[in-house]
Design a protein. Structure first.
Length: 441
């Protein structure tokens, strides 16, 4: 029903964490796409929805096709549609790569058709409510009464997580990646692994700890029944919205290159500069930029794909990242399904050339990635969309949870440094679960 939602504005600003805790945290099918604690720009979106056929969200909507320059009340880009995720393994299979058939107990594609939506404009400190005509006034009134958000409960001590690979095994796989690169079968491979916690996990409390420790502009909480995705993702995968002339503009912002934050300002600046100057990290990033330019050219108008920003260092609480931006004008009639077919799985999580990389990684990893390495976010009824990569994330199942992590391997990769990078990426999500890295990571 989200294409016919009524709309109203709340009288006063409220902290999104307060609204989520008071109005949505106990709902069985719920989402919160989170600009982060204390955000001063951008939007957060939360609400409820109904699980529907994923094809309705990813194939039936024309990307940017009916949006023009208009937006919803208060300038909201998203005012109805779908929120959810698409996982890696099914997308790899759709791209004709060998892929795991193990569903891992988590749907590869899960999209909620929005029936209630609260949109937070952080820059203007305004809140817009969308929903059924009888529901909107009730939600607006409830927002005016929400208390301060509860302090996140301390994480339980769950000991050490169980790793899919030991550090030595992962280092051995790195050398096999380098063998494949030497043979000319790939020039970059994004090798991943997984850390699991066998426990019943409270996803709401766990997400509160995750966002407090590692705030990100594309954080997210999506739950459907006993399954939940909790993310502190710093990587925007695809963004589609109308350009000045009404044509749909698609942007992607691949991340390749990571350094930890320093213990003091001097060491922190040195680490950022080390990342900026690293020949290996710069080459890794440029390889993926070229791959994404190629992917977007399949659905964009000739001559419109370009690099808007190259090799920029962005800093987050736990890491520095090397980020680039690629954009293009979508050809008329392009659907969301067409766009995903040309770009997903994302090159930053496969390597290049993409099909060869996925084939090699399937053989080396020999296990499902699941939702990790996929994407999540919103797809609007008007064809706009904003999708982030499922990285720095936790996937919660009925009686367990897992964290995926990995890194891009090139010929110049150092195995010890790559093992350490995996540990840096997995540490914060595991800490939110109350688990520590196994020895050696």
């Amino acid at each position: 029903m989200s294409d016919t939602l009524a709309a109203a504005e709340a009288a006063h600003w409220a902290d999104p964490a307060s609204v989520f805790a008071a109005l949505f945290s106990h709902e069985p099918h719920v989402f919160w796409l989170d600009a982060g604690p204390g955000a001063r720009e951008g939007w957060s979106w939360m609400g409820t929805g109904t699980p529907e056929n994923p094809a309705d969200a990813t194939a039936a909507v024309v990307a940017g096709g009916s949006g023009g320059e208009a937006a919803g009340p208060g300038g909201a880009d998203f005012r109805g549609g779908w929120v959810g995720w698409s996982g890696y393994d099914a997308a790899a299979a759709r791209a004709d790569a060998p892929a795991s058939q193990d569903d891992d107990g988590v749907p590869q594609d899960l999209w909620l058709r929005v029936d209630r939506l609260v949109a937070f404009d952080h820059g203007a400190e305004r809140i817009h409510v969308f929903g059924g005509p009888d529901d909107v006034p009730r939600v607006v009134a409830a927002i005016a009464k929400v208390p301060e958000p509860p302090v996140p409960a301390p994480a339980p001590d769950r000991g050490r997580a169980r790793s899919r690979h030991t550090p030595a095994e992962y280092a051995s796989l790195i050398e096999r990646c380098r063998d494949a690169i030497r043979e000319g079968d790939a020039y970059q491979l994004c090798l991943t692994t997984r850390f699991e916690v066998e426990a019943s996990v409270d996803p709401v409390q766990t997400y509160a700890r995750l966002r407090a420790a590692t705030p990100a502009h594309h954080g997210g909480f999506v739950r459907s029944g006993p399954i939940a995705l909790l993310s502190a993702s710093p990587e925007r995968f695809l963004d589609v919205r109308p350009g000045p002339d009404g044509a749909a503009i698609v942007r992607t912002r691949p991340i390749k290159g990571t350094r930890p934050r320093g213990e003091d300002p001097a060491s922190d600046a040195a680490l950022a500069e080390e990342l900026r100057a690293s020949e290996k990290e710069r080459a890794e990033n440029v390889m993926i930029v070229d791959l994404m330019r190629n992917d977007l050219s399949r659905v964009c108008l000739p001559g419109t794909v370009g690099v808007d920003a190259l090799l920029e260092v962005e800093s987050y609480p736990a890491v520095h990242q090397l980020v680039s931006t690629v954009s293009g004008r979508l050809a008329p009639g392009t659907t969301v399904g067409d766009l995903l077919a040309s770009t997903f799985p994302a090159g930053s999580m496969t390597g290049a050339p993409k099909l060869s990389a996925m084939t090699i990684l399937h053989r080396l990893e020999a296990a499902p990635r699941g939702v990790f390495s996929g994407c999540f976010g919103w797809i609007g009824d008007d064809g706009r969309l904003d999708l982030a990569m499922v990285i720095r994330s936790i996937v919660v199942r009925h009686d367990s949870a897992y964290v995926g992590a990995g890194g891009g391997i090139t010929w110049r990769s150092d195995a010890a440094a790559e093992v350490a990078e995996v540990g840096i990426k997995a540490r914060a999500p595991l800490a939110a679960l109350g688990a520590a890295l196994p020895p050696g990571w």
